[in-house]
Design a protein around this ligand. Structure first.
Ligand SMILES: Nc1nc2c(ncn2[C@@H]2O[C@H](COP(=O)(O)OP(=O)(O)OP(=O)(O)O)[C@@H](O)[C@H]2O)c(=O)[nH]1
Ligand SMILES: [Mg+2]
Length: 248
């Protein structure tokens, strides 16, 4: 059964590359018979990204959700999923700067279609994956971020922002909209059964500027500590009285 899906592209000042990404994804969908839509979530980018995407929506399978100001990557992805067509069975995310290789999307979709996996992750840290043109500092920061989250999961690329997940795996899951790491939030909390990591080579952005700053490191640590705390025994326990249940 072909899986219908919506993939969110969060944008802030990505006018320089968004048309190339949207047209490439559109071609990948068509050439592989995929039933996908793109949702760009734009935070009123001063460079006019949102307006450009509205124009592109007449030619490609893309719609733009406009938010009034810069509200963060993770919250953008979460809002995009709410905006997605309701009959999409899978939801995903991809960066706008071509760091995430669109050519692995068919493999991600097929993995969900197989019924064996509830989550398909674009992965830099499995055989065949990698990173190109990243300065040493970024590589070390990424590995440190992953090491801190390692006890949470067996997934290798825990901080990947490139993935596709069955919609039902997110039902009832409270996602923290803090910061940049929506992938970690999903990997640590959603009910997806088995995950598969599909390798790709990450390329540093060629156009536009990075939105990552030192504040995001603090956000990441806050996010991690909240996830760890939620995993502590009894963290989500509800007393019978609080749940409105009657004791035995
Ligand atoms: N809507 C929205 N999108 C954002 C926001 N911050 C970042 N993004 C988008 O999220 C994606 C990832 O941001 P990047 O700046 O590429 O962050 P990064 O990949 O960690 O860093 P570089 O690739 O080095 O720039 C891009 O598509 C950004 O445009 C935000 O506050 N709102
Ligand atoms: Mg990037």
């Amino acid at each position: 059964m072909p899986v219908r899906f919506s993939i969110v592209i969060p944008t802030y000042n990505e006018a320089g590359g968004i048309e190339r990404l949207v047209s490439t994804l559109d071609a990948v969908f068509r050439e592989n018979g995929l039933d996908g839509e793109m949702i760009v979530v734009d935070d009123n980018s001063p460079d006019g990204t949102g307006k450009l995407v509205d124009e592109l929506s007449t030619r490609y399978s893309v719609r733009c959700l406009h938010r009034p100001g810069k509200m963060g990557l993770s919250s953008g992805v979460i809002d995009g999923w709410k905006f997605a067509r309701p009959d999409s069975e899978a939801l995903g995310a991809i960066d706008a700067d071509f760091s995430h290789d669109p050519r692995i999307i068919p493999e991600m979709v097929r993995a969900l279609e197989s019924g064996r996996y509830g989550l398909a992750i674009g992965s830099r840290y499995v055989r065949g994956g990698g990173i190109e043109n990243w300065p040493l500092k970024r590589r070390i920061t990424s590995l440190a971020a992953i090491a801190l989250a390692k006890p949470l999961t067996t997934v290798n690329d825990i901080t990947s922002g490139y993935f596709l997940i069955q919609r039902q795996a997110l039902e009832g899951v409270e996602l923290d909209p803090i910061g940049f790491k929506i992938g970690l939030e999903v990997i640590a909390k959603a009910h997806y059964g088995k995950a598969v990591e599909i390798p790709y080579v990450f390329h540093d952005r060629a156009v536009g500027e990075s939105k990552l700053n030192s504040g995001e490191v603090i956000n990441y640590l806050r996010q991690l500590s909240r996830i760890y705390r939620s995993k502590l025994p009894g963290a989500n326990a509800v007393t019978p009285a609080a749940a409105g249940e009657k004791g035995a």
